[in-house]
Design a binder for this molecule. Structure first.
Ligand code: PGA
Length: 263
């Protein structure tokens, strides 16, 4: 079963409009000489306020091959929800993906599994695809509850989603202790957890969904780590934070994943 690898850059709360244009120009320059047919799917997720210029810049520079994602959304279509952004609004930017359930949103903004499930449904109903994040804290890992915690997160996030829709979703396994710390999770262990997630999807949504769903690893992914990560059987790509903020390192990661494109 061949699943097209994805390298997604989660810019987090970085880059105003000018900086967004600069970084996209940098990506365009770095990618110019590369054979795009050989590269994984490339995704960037700027902040909401930069989505407009990002869309404009990608369209104008002929970089339609870089797909655009939002870092969050609200599930209600409109109304008295001060400060929130609906999927109908995000549709304006021709987004492919919306990241949901990032550990920073769970930890600092109280995003719950129930909210993540509602967001997943709303994203799919609006013709986009969720990148559903999951992962354990260091404490949970030390207590030996990593697998049960993640199974629970995935089960709740996918509740009520059809097998067909599930097959198109993306899951990102991001151990919280590896995010922004420089401590990458051992590749064999990341692959073991990702296989466990795939088995969970199989039990919930059947074999077709489990074989098709793309599951990424995230947490201190760097140009030096990507090849080993992509060599693992079940790692279909990476969600990259810090290293996605520089065109050179992000494109090195993109290139590092290309070995799996033809496989
Ligand atoms: P990091 O972030 O690559 O900086 O560890 C990953 C993420 O939070 O998605």
């Amino acid at each position: 079963m061949s699943r097209k690898p994805i390298i997604a850059g989660n810019w987090k709360m970085h880059n105003n409009c000018n900086q967004t244009v600069e970084l996209i120009e940098g990506l365009k320059n770095e990618l110019k000489s590369k054979d795009m047919s050989n590269l994984p799917e490339v995704v960037i997720a700027p902040v909401f306020t930069s989505l407009y210029v990002a869309r404009e810049e990608l369209d104008k520079c002929g970089c339609q091959k870089i797909k655009l994602a939002a870092q969050n959304c609200y599930y209600e279509p409109k109304g008295a929800f001060t400060g929130e952004i609906s999927l109908d609004m995000l549709k304006d930017f021709n987004l492919t993906y919306v990241i949901i359930g990032h550990s920073e949103r769970r930890q600092y903004f109280g995003e719950t599994d129930e909210m993540i499930n509602k967001k997943a449904h709303a994203i799919l109903e609006n013709g986009m695809l969720p990148i559903i994040c999951c992962g354990e804290t260091l404490e949970q890992r030390e207590q030996g509850v990593t697998d049960s915690h993640i199974q629970n997160q995935i089960t709740k996030a996918l509740e009520g989603i059809s097998n067909e829709d599930c097959a198109k979703c993306i899951i990102a396994y991001e151990p919280i202790w590896a995010i922004g710390t420089g401590k990458t999770c051992d590749s064999n262990e990341a692959n073991r957890v990702i296989k466990m997630i795939r088995n969970t999807v199989k039990a919930l949504k059947g074999e077709m969904a489990a074989n098709s769903i793309r599951i990424l690893y995230g947490g201190s992914v760097k140009p030096e780590t990507i090849e080993e990560q992509m060599a693992q059987s079940d790692i279909d790509g990476a969600l990259v934070g810090g290293a996605s903020l520089k065109a050179e390192s992000f494109v090195k990661i993109v290139e590092g994943a290309s070995s799996k494109v033809m496989a």
